[in-house]
Ligand binder design. Structure first.
Ligand code: SF4
Ligand code: SF4
Length: 203
């Protein structure tokens, strides 16, 4: 996003969500998701602000760009980090801004009527929207929401919307199992180890 589009007079304030949740692979810093950056000060500021990695200088969550989201949507307050994404966008949606609503706080936020209204608003406008659940040091599983939710948004069936969101978020939680590690200065997935089956066991 062009930083000229940042909402005027909106600041990060006390929020440090991106210093915890982001994966950073930069010559100056390699960091796993869901892990507090080693440069994050107790008081909340960046300990290497003047020389912080380029990723940190350039990255902003979407709350900083979306004027219609009020202060309650600051990620540390809402427990939702909205990220712009560039991958896994389904056919037909490629030209639209794609948003991932990453749940970083309480899961119950998905039943918050304000959360549902905002998400539904973007879906109705045709923006591809995803949801994911932030698990420390685990790969992020995003689920595409538009086609799953649109019929229930159109029929204004809040009860079913809540049920669908719960089941999708639970699937994100269950499938975020791949562990991330830092290897050779890069963030990668930990190789799965296979236990050899002991055919003689119990015989
Ligand atoms: S998550 Fe957003 S509001 Fe929070 S520190 Fe990062 S850019 Fe600022
Ligand atoms: S280097 Fe600074 S800005 Fe970047 S993640 Fe760490 S604390 Fe945050």
């Amino acid at each position: 996003m062009d930083n000229k589009l940042l909402v005027k007079n909106r600041e990060c304030g006390e929020c440090t969500a991106c210093c915890v949740e982001l994966v950073i692979e930069d010559p100056k810093l390699v960091k796993l998701p869901g892990v507090k950056c080693k440069h994050l000060k107790r008081s909340g500021g960046c300990g290497i602000y003047q020389t912080r990695p380029r990723t940190c200088q350039e990255w902003y969550c979407m709350w900083r760009f979306m004027p219609l989201l009020d202060k309650s949507w600051r990620p540390d307050q809402k427990g939702v980090l909205i990220k712009r994404i560039f991958e896994k966008i389904p056919a037909g949606y490629e030209k639209k801004l794609a948003l991932n609503f990453e749940i970083i706080g309480k899961k119950s936020v998905i039943h918050d009527i304000n959360f549902i209204e905002v998400l539904a608003g973007y879906i109705v406008q045709g923006f591809p929207c995803f949801i994911s659940y932030a698990k420390p040091k685990r790969t992020l599983q995003m689920v595409f929401l538009n086609e799953k939710l649109l019929p229930f948004i159109e029929s204004r069936n809040i009860k079913v919307l809540k049920e669908k969101l719960s089941s999708v978020l639970e699937s994100c939680v269950k499938s975020s199992t791949n562990k991330m590690i830092i290897k050779d200065g890069k963030v990668s997935m930990m190789p799965r180890t296979y236990k050899s089956y002991n055919y003689n066991k119990g015989q």
